[in-house]
Design a protein around this ligand. Sequence first.
Ligand code: TYD
Length: 200
Amino acid sequence: MGRFVVFEGGEGSGKSTQARLLAERWGALLTFEPGATELGARLRKILLDPATTDLDPRAEALLMAADRAHHVATTIRPALLRGRDVVCDRYVGSSLAYQGYARGLGVEEVAELSAFATEGLVPDLVVLLEVSAEESADRMALAGTPDRMESAGDAFHERVREGYRMVAAHNPDRWVLVDGSGGVDEVNARVRALVDSRLP
Ligand code: TYD
């Protein structure tokens, strides 16, 4: 089995950049959720399009889970089984923080749904990049037109941050917190040190 590392964080946390840097360093398969498969790209459209109004939180959680189930079955698990390392930008932790905690569906319930979707595939390590609300807002503003999730409001994104902190605190064996403030190289040095100490 290859190694499986996930990057998590709120909007503008810089996790996509850090995921790419680790994947390049390891020669790992770099992938992301939602939307990395052909089916997933269609689900992603529905999920992130601001024109999708009034999406019930349970429907949102199930669509995220459907994307993940297909992604694990067709991309992540086969790669790991071939001995390939996999780096994924968002995974179950996103559903726990966004749907379970911030949308209020319950972290336990969403964890059960996720376990069903992934057939219990858990990452070896989850790197949670933490940035302040201000830094996150600044970086989001630079990113252009906000998608449906980005438009959910400051209170929602504060709950996402809280949700992540809670999930990380409950899973200290798998989750590591990294200060995401500062420049790319600075953050990368922190990520590198932690990844190397956890997965030598
Ligand atoms: P994306 O553009 O990948 O976000 P980012 O650039 O911040 O990584 O969009 C994914 C959005 O979907 C993001 O707002 C988080 C949200 N999301 C969930 O709410 N639940 C999930 O399970 C996943 C994977 C993503």
